[in-house]
Design a protein around this ligand. Structure first.
Ligand SMILES: NC(=O)c1ccc[n+]([C@@H]2O[C@H](COP(=O)([O-])OP(=O)(O)OC[C@H]3O[C@@H](n4cnc5c(N)ncnc54)[C@H](O)[C@@H]3O)[C@@H](O)[C@H]2O)c1
Length: 434
């Protein structure tokens, strides 16, 4: 029997430990084994070591420490923060690792290209975590498009509802609130959507324009009497505020009392009510959403002219009750509408009869046993990664860096346009700068 694929995880946080680490732990140890890990937070490293039975000498206090060792595994998952990816990825490629690299590859297009070039130089594979491609939902959309039933595709409209609490958590109080520290919103959150467009429609983007702003989460919109921290806020103001940190992190349905799940576990590794309350009193997640050091947008629109006359537009908005992605595709013979989180797709072919309407439910492919993250995309990605490295089975979804980089060019061209009042960006000119 072949030896199992060996894996090192750098960055044992929400993605490295809770998403991919957990999913890898469900797989057979004949197929894959996590043999080394690194994180600067000892508790996270310990939890990872415990899950995978990693001996002490294979646990490291940082990615840098791990990368000083000889090559310890076949494959490395890099799940550190956006601006750390570049240094970790280059060092790992030089050491001889294949990579599963969290998105964004890097907020700098020059760095993205350098990682791709280094991978080529050392003949290594870099798979980027564009998890949407691996969901049953988008796989079905792709299958329908490939079947040709919709005719020639003329337009598509995509919407990403970030969810009011998710925006407050990640993009106002949390890790991706500030462009300089992490990435612009359109890259950090929406490179997935740009990647899905590239993959589904298989066309090259030619021109882009975009508008967007931070409309709401700033001091001028703070309710009268609001305190700087939610735990200090007057009851009447707090009661009327859906962004109140206690509502998001402590009260059900998603708070500490409800268990150990995201986003509460990001606030505190110990998700008891006492520990979370302490974190809200002292840490970044207890801050009033109108008094943070955030600058990323809370809504943005992007218009894209692709080759062959195909046009798409995209809306990212913070202001939805639930997290959800919607897609509408218009072809010459029919139209498709879909909602990823509801796992529902409807295809209406043009003509008068009722029989021309077909609905698909992709939720049946996400079983109780599976990991539900990103509509089954996290688990789908791990499955395709293992198929790729263990079984030499290369799925058409596979997000190698050369394919994934296109989404970063589109996202950062949109940001360029937004910062210049919606000016049209010519993609050939834009790409030639890097
Ligand atoms: N694919 C997706 O859908 C998706 C979703 C969310 C986040 N992400 C991306 O995944 C990455 C990680 O996000 P996260 O939510 O897991 O963040 P996180 O903060 O929970 O995890 C990052 C971990 O890296 C550790 N770390 C920091 N410096 C380190 C170092 N020098 N060496 C080793 N470890 C170090 C931190 O202590 C932390 O545990 C980000 O780039 C983010 O944009 C991707």
């Amino acid at each position: 029997m072949n030896k199992p694929l060996t894996v090192a995880i750098v960055g044992c946080g929400n993605r490295g430990r809770e998403a991919y680490g957990r999913i890898l732990s469900y797989r057979s140890s004949d197929e894959v084994k996590v043999v080394a890990a690194a994180d600067i937070v000892p508790e996270r490293l310990e939890m990872t070591a415990k899950t995978h039975n990693i001996p002490k000498e294979m646990c490291f206090a940082s990615g840098e420490e791990l990368l000083k060792q000889p090559k310890l595994a076949d494959l490395m998952f890099i799940c550190t923060q956006d601006k750390q990816h570049y240094a970790h990825a280059i060092a790992a490629l030089e050491k001889g690792y294949h990579l599963v690299l969290e998105k964004p590859i890097s907020p700098s297009l020059s760095e993205c290209k350098k990682i791709a070039e280094t991978a080529n130089k050392y003949n290594r594979t870099v798979l980027v975590c564009h998890v949407l491609r691996y969901t049953p939902f988008y796989s079905k959309v792709k299958e329908i498009l490939n079947s040709g039933v919709l005719g020639r595709i003329i337009n598509a409209t995509l919407e990403e509802g970030v969810g009011y609490f998710h925006q407050a958590h990640s993009f106002v109080r949390g890790n991706w609130r500030n462009t300089e520290e992490s990435s612009p919103m359109i890259l950090a959150k929406c490179c997935h959507d740009m990647d899905i467009m590239v993959w589904l429609f298989g066309k090259k983007a030619k021109k882009i324009s975009s508008f967007g702003d931070l409309n709401y989460f700033k001091a001028e919109n703070a309710p009268e009497g609001a305190a700087l921290r939610c735990l200090d806020c007057p009851k009447a103001v707090k009661d009327a505020c859906p962004y109140d940190a206690e509502k998001i992190y402590i009260e059900p349905p998603r708070g500490a009392k409800a268990g150990r799940f995201w986003p509460t576990r990001v606030v505190s590794d110990d998700t008891s009510v006492e520990a979370v309350t302490k974190a809200l009193r002292e840490g970044p997640y207890g801050r009033c959403v109108f008094h943070c050091d955030n600058d990323v947008v809370d809504s943005q629109v992007v218009n894209i002219q692709f080759e062959d006359g195909f046009m798409a537009n995209f809306l990212m908005t913070a202001f939805t009750k639930k997290i959800g992605r919607k897609i509408r595709i218009k072809g010459t013979l029919g139209e498709l509408t879909g909602h990823m989180e509801e796992n529902k797709i409807t295809v209406k072919l043009f003509g008068e009869t009722k029989d021309n309407i077909t609905t698909y439910d992709t939720s049946t492919q996400i079983t109780a046993k599976s990991h539900p993250g990103h509509g089954g995309g996290d688990e789908g990605l791990v499955k395709c990664v293992l198929d790729y490295f263990v079984n030499d089975n290369i799925s058409d979804k596979i997000t190698t860096i050369d394919k994934s980089i296109e989404s970063h060019f589109i996202a950062l061209a949109a940001e360029e346009s937004r910062l210049h009042g919606g000016e049209v960006v010519d993609m050939d000119e834009f790409e030639s700068k890097f």
